[in-house]
Design a protein around this ligand. Structure first.
Ligand code: SF4
Length: 195
């Protein structure tokens, strides 16, 4: 029987300052207190505790599995709690080809998520229909729901997904608490016939 070989070129791990801490927002430090803006504290908490909901329909979903697994490990960004109930999640990650028939289902999932919610279109298919320029495939999910970040690639590598996720974190961390009540946001939702 052929012997099973692995680690034929063992490599010592390069761990340099593996643990980092979230830096405090700008503010006024003092003896036993720290004063800052509510917006910044809420943003800091939200961006480091996003609960993703993967809506995976095809091959990009497999890449997402790699992103969640130990090597890339999205949990490092505080997003280890992947949920499959839209009511308990705040980040919709759409991965894969979305057919026109699937469109209303995706929209329903989005509508079931409570505000504030964010959306990532991951991969060429979710972003633009990808190579499937056909009568049955939705040419980008932004035709039915608003998208915050697009991740290009077919499929995008886990590094690209993580990069997109970090962009979402940036948006979340800087979002004004009043944005969801603003006329501009209502107008955006109205353009998708969402009340
Ligand atoms: S973008 Fe490419 S890898 Fe991703 S679902 Fe479409 S065909 Fe598959």
């Amino acid at each position: 029987m052929r012997p099973v070989q692995f680690n034929i070129h063992p490599k010592a791990p390069e761990i340099q300052s593996a643990i980092t801490y979230t830096s405090a927002p700008d503010g006024l430090p003092g003896e036993g207190f720290f004063a800052t803006q509510l917006n910044k504290v809420v943003g800091l908490a939200r961006k480091n505790s996003l609960w993703p909901m993967p809506f995976a329909t095809s091959c990009c979903g497999i890449e997402f599995m790699a992103t969640m697994a130990s090597h890339y490990d999205l949990a490092r960004f505080g997003a280890e709690r992947v949920g499959f109930s839209p009511r308990q999640c705040d980040l919709l990650m759409v991965l894969g080809t979305i057919s026109k028939k699937m469109g209303p289902v995706l929209k329903e999932v989005y509508l079931q998520m409570a505000e504030p919610r964010w959306v990532m279109a991951i991969g060429a298919c979710a972003s633009s229909g990808g190579i499937f320029d056909t009568y049955s495939v939705l040419q980008g999910i932004d035709q039915i729901i608003p998208v915050d970040v697009y991740v290009p690639g077919c499929p995008p590598r886990p590094e690209a997904m993580i990069d997109g996720f970090m962009k979402i974190q940036e948006l979340v961390g800087q979002e004004d608490l009043r944005r969801r009540n603003s006329d501009q946001y209502k107008e955006l939702l109205n353009s998708y016939q969402i009340q």
